[in-house]
Design a protein around this ligand. Structure first.
Ligand code: FES
Length: 212
């Protein structure tokens, strides 16, 4: 996993810090709306977007495997897509400069869950502070990849379409009111942990492979 992270960091430039752990919680009222969609802020998605979405859909041969490969080269800053991996929604966000700045301005003392264990973030081999730099794929922080399952009771948070992003600009879980920030960290509500991060590699050509 350390090697995977190094690969991801190397492709984007450099790496700043390591990260954390966590298995997705389940049970309760689940509302798994699996889709591969994209959104840029409040910009509505139209028919013109679908060719891009289809391009980013995993091919059939990898869909059934433990790994999913997605071409992210067509994504623009601010865009979010959701990829299904092993039955789970994975949120991929090419963050804007504003979203990156917001995530990196948050002191650890303000976090509900200030540490990510290696199981919550398998991209790191040790438990690390939940700094944004430890949760993203590249040193610049443009790419955030998290498992889209609320750590409270397992609902899929809203926000991938650019709306209902919650009070901290990331995602909002409408089931019981959990708010996640632009780094996928829990900031308000009953969820006890930050959104988990899947194992992945992201090559310099923006070929994302989720899973091992
Ligand atoms: S499942 Fe309860 S707040 Fe998300």
């Amino acid at each position: 996993m350390a090697a995977d992270r190094k690969n991801a960091a190397a492709r984007a430039g450099a790496d700043a810090q390591p990260a954390r752990s966590g298995a997705p919680s389940g049970g309760g009222r689940r509302d798994f709306l699996y889709y591969a969609t994209a959104g840029t802020g409040a910009v509505a998605m139209g028919a013109a977007v679908w060719p891009l979405i289809n391009q980013m859909n995993p091919s059939a041969d990898v869909r059934s495997a433990s790994k999913v490969e997605v071409d992210l080269s067509g994504m623009i800053p601010g865009q979010r897509i959701t990829v299904k991996w092993q039955g789970k929604p994975v949120f991929v966000w090419r963050r804007s400069a504003a979203a990156i700045a917001a995530a990196r301005a948050v002191p650890l003392a303000d976090l509900v869950d200030p540490s990510d264990s290696e199981t919550e973030n398998p991209m790191n081999s040790v438990s690390l502070p939940a700094l944004d730099e430890n949760r993203v794929a590249d040193a610049a922080g443009e790419w955030l990849i998290v498992i889209g399952i609320c750590t409270h009771l397992g609902c899929v948070p809203l926000g991938q379409n650019g709306g209902a992003v919650g009070d901290f600009g990331g995602w909002f879980c409408a089931c019981h009111g959990s708010h996640y920030d632009t780094s996928g960290r829990i900031r308000k509500g009953p969820a006890p942990r930050n959104l988990d991060i899947p194992p992945y590699t992201l090559d310099p050509d923006l070929r994302l492979v989720i899973g091992r």
